[in-house]
Design a protein around this ligand. Structure first.
Ligand code: HEC
Ligand code: HEC
Length: 458
């Protein structure tokens, strides 16, 4: 009998460890993330800067870009040449008065949903799996060095950094984002004090590519720290401008760009989540609110005019979701040290990275539209977040004609029996796990339905 117990215990430990790579129970508790002072600004100016501003000074010559890509739908209702390019690009005029096209935040932070552009919604359809092929095409523009030196000067910084990060950027599946990786790779090529580019990497480049989902911008106004593990502390503007290191020349440029980011922060904080567009059963939602406040609010807060968001970092031992992002990526010492000794961490508006062993319990405003769920986008619907038995191990969705499921709340998806390359989300891969967050499992089906109905009202 004893022996059987022992065996069961071994099996239990094995299952636990196979399912979750971070399982030590160190007795850690959710901890409060303290607020930091932030700059104020003008949200209209911030929006104008995001949609027309020159926070990169290197990009594609406008004529070349239009010839290659054609004109795009003018979702942002912009004027002039900006009216012709996709919402993920701005047309700006550089020093030698050439008009160039630069990629913007909206590549990742805006998405078309039901025919409408939603600024601040993470782009859950982005395809980084063909990053290498794209970067190789861009590398061909090096030929301009001899044939078209003015054009070459305009695009040089962009293609240089793209070529340097190219071999290390591709995730295993479409729809997840590797921007964290981009940041880590780019800083490896920059002097922390001067930000000047070095062709030779100055830091070791870590091997693994980590997938993330892109958080919605409208959540930032409640947060005391940025990023999934809450390691972005101090001045948010310094993090918001970070994609400027794609092409920045020096700290004079960085300072000029940074000056706009009080306004950008004001704009991001002004964004409201889109209301759920279909009928909500208000009585069921009222039942769900009570259940939510008893089961979920300790971590996710309360909502409405007197709502309180607790700003908690929840230890990995409690959240039990895939820990690779906070353990390996967001604690990568060379990256953290680079940042904390860099231009970004200095001066009166200093930012700092403070790694921790867990994830922020995010505000759930507008959560109905932000599928897929969890930090790695491993769970396609809210129903499956709240009932772990329903989470598909291998799943795929239609990126060309995406369809939303307003009942399970999330993307319509198909389950697969086995992995199938980059078309299928494979939750057995490191970093892609869909385990953890078992807090909804103990609810009955009816209770879960009520909680989901309530979540639609947020
Ligand atoms: C290549 C894609 C990409 C681009 C371009 C990009 N971001 Fe992000 N952004 C991300 C990803 C991925 C995250 C989540 C990273 C994490 O938390 O680990 C993120 C996080 C954020 C957050 C949310 C922080 C939080 O915790 O809620 C804000 C705000 C943000 N980015 C602003 C910007 C701004 C402003 C720009 C342009 C100047 C920009 N981003 C450019 C991908 C991108
Ligand atoms: C102990 C704290 C805690 C409790 C209790 C908790 N959550 Fe969470 N929740 C988290 C954390 C931490 C995350 C982020 C995990 C990750 O991304 O890996 C999260 C993520 C989520 C997400 C995904 C958000 C997104 O955009 O990806 C949803 C939805 C959610 N929780 C709903 C609930 C509901 C509903 C309840 C109650 C039944 C609940 N949670 C209870 C901590 C908690």
């Amino acid at each position: 009998m004893k022996k059987i117990f022992f065996l069961l215990a071994v099996v239990a430990v094995f299952i636990c460890c196979a399912a979750s790579s971070y399982h030590e129970n160190d007795g850690a508790k959710p901890t409060l993330i303290p607020p930091s002072p932030q700059r104020s600004g003008d949200s209209a100016r911030g929006y104008a800067y995001l949609t027309t501003g020159d926070f990169l000074k290197s990009g594609f010559p406008y004529d070349f870009f239009i010839a290659a890509k054609g004109k795009s739908t003018n979702y942002l209702g912009r004027d002039g040449k900006n009216a012709n390019v996709d919402f993920g690009y701005n047309v700006v005029t550089i020093a030698d008065s050439m008009d160039i096209v630069i990629p913007t935040c909206m590549q990742c932070h805006a998405a078309v949903f039901d025919g409408k552009l939603i600024v601040g919604l993470g782009n859950a359809a982005i395809d980084f799996t063909n990053f290498g092929a794209k970067a190789k095409q861009l590398a061909l523009l090096k030929n301009w060095k001899l044939t078209a030196p003015r054009k070459y000067n305009a695009v040089k910084a962009l293609i240089t950094s793209m070529a340097a990060v190219n071999p290390f950027m591709e995730p295993e599946v479409r729809g997840v984002n590797t921007a964290d990786r981009l940041a880590a790779l780019l800083v490896a090529h920059r002097d922390p004090q001067t930000l000047v580019w070095s062709d030779v990497p100055l830091l070791d480049i870590p091997a693994t590519v980590f997938p993330t989902d892109v958080p919605a911008w409208w959540l930032l106004k409640k947060k005391n720290a940025m990023f999934y593990n809450g390691f972005g502390r101090g001045d948010f503007g310094k993090f918001l401008m970070l994609s400027n290191i794609l092409t920045v020349t020096d700290t004079t440029e960085a300072r000029e760009v940074y000056n706009h980011f009080g306004d950008v922060l004001a704009y991001i904080r002004s964004i409201q989540p889109p209301p759920y567009p279909q009928h909500i059963d208000q009585r069921l939602a009222a039942t769900g609110k009570i259940l939510f406040e008893n089961t979920c609010s300790d971590c996710h807060g309360t909502y409405g005019t007197d709502g309180i968001y607790p700003n908690l970092l929840v230890p990995g031992t409690i959240a039990r979701t895939d820990s690779l992002l906070f353990r390996s990526n967001q604690q990568a010492k060379p990256f953290v040290d680079w940042f904390n000794n860099s231009w970004f961490a200095q001066g009166p508006n200093a930012a700092q990275l403070v790694p921790g062993n867990g994830y922020v319990a995010p505000p759930l405003d507008g959560v109905w539209i932000t599928a897929p769920y969890l930090h790695n986008g491993s769970v396609p619907t809210i129903e499956a977040v709240l009932n772990s038995r329903l989470r598909p191990t291998y799943w795929t969705r239609d990126f060309d004609n995406p369809e939303y499921d307003y009942i399970q709340v999330g993307w319509k998806y198909q389950t697969r029996d086995q992995p199938d390359g980059r078309k299928v989300y494979n939750t057995t891969l490191p970093g892609y796990g869909n385990y953890g967050h078992y807090f909804g499992d103990k609810l009955s089906d009816d209770e879960r339905k009520a909680v989901i109905e309530y979540l639609k009202t947020l």
